[in-house]
Ligand binder design. Sequence first.
Ligand SMILES: [Ca+2]
Length: 508
Amino acid sequence: MGVIRSILRQPINSCPGHCSSLDLESLPMEACINFRVICEKEGVCSVDVWVKIFVLFVLGVVAACARPNIVYLLADDLGYGDLSCYGQKKFKTPNIDRLALEGMKFTNHYSGNTVCTPSRAVLMTGVHSGKCYIRGNVWDEKLAAIPEELATLPEVLKKAGYRTGAFGKWGLGVTNGSQLERPSGQGFDEFVGWKSQVIAHTYYPTSYVRNGEEVMLEKGTFVNPIINQAALDFMRKSVEAKKPFFCYIPTAIPHAAMHAPKELHEKWRKVFPEHDEKIGRYGAGPGEETPDVVNPIAGFAAMMEHLDNHVGEILALLEELGVDENTVVMFASDNGAHREGGHDPKFWDSTGGLRGMKRDMHEGGIRTPMLVRWPGRIKKGAVTNHLSGFHDILPTVSELVGEKVPEQNTGISFMPTLFGQGDQKKHEYLLVEFHQGGRRGGPVPKERMHSQALRFGPWKIFHRKGQELELFHLEDDPFEERDLAKDPKFQEILTQGKRYLEEGSQPL
Ligand SMILES: [Ca+2]
């Protein structure tokens, strides 16, 4: 499609004046129709030009059809078992489940890392965490900024003519900080959300940031409706402007304080009154209030219902705007289930039985639900076990919109899997590496390398620094209960895994 767009951008030299070129960055089909109307009126076009117009019109239709809107919803610390379409039994997520029923569900998809910042860095750059510039959260959030030399997902989409917006928790710098920290410095036309990652621990912040400007809030304002509405407004404005859009919604739900709309919280307190004596507590940095939560069990269910309702609002809006069939909606989580702010992952079976949770390299820390819906293009109710991760989003989206994949990319497009067509190239291995506080060029953390997870075929290596490698056969042992590293039968597998670890991990 890149070739097609370059043809579309060529000027028509034989048509003078206003007809000298076409602005096909906007919706091509519409532009061609407008162009034809103008030319007819002026009566200055030669036969040669009409042929060109026809070709442009046909190519324009193709280009328009091939440029779907993209909505990517990123939950925060939502575990593999936290959605009813992934087995959650204690509450339902009917709107999110629609993405599975009407699209594709991934069962082998990995977050970029096991905590927020490095996971988002992988999503935005397509560089997996063994090679990514940042591999842990950092206290000094300006160190989280994506380096200038790396292209980003929204930058690729801007090149393809998209309007780009991000709404929620950015996690890659202070959103009214330096240019590289701001979403606008990384390719987003619009941003509405929390000022910083730490402040996003509370849903009652003192302020939020709108396009680089800090907006103060009245004490006690629940900030989510402001952010959610901004995302909906962005989609509506994009459709009105006849531009394809990329709407990135990194919600802070269900992390970390169990804050939810009051009416939903009250509703769930009645369902789980036996937990009313529990109090959920969390902090959000200096000067920020993080109100305690009575009954954080009810708080969690209420947050999840609130998030599910937002997905319902988005799907209803896409239908209302007539773009439902030309919009890809994706949903994933930045890392596994947490146990902060009074959340009880055991009570909810938030990991779906997977071992471990946020901050570790067992499956519960890194495997995420992943849903992709595109009506008419992706088979309804499809399920795939294709091994994939956040670094595959950049190449997949690049291919989807016909743009060149940035050189830094380490992922593989999963478009053949989505459409059930063509050969799906597979990862030889998939590596996730976590260094708390680790960033290239930043302060040197005490633990240079904390832990690694390596997937290859049915195998999984778990490695914690200073300890021996552990080997699991995930198809036979999905909950990582039997370490086979010492079994003489599997020494070759282990040696192969060590080679992949060496190849996949670059020093910070
Ligand atoms: Ca997170």
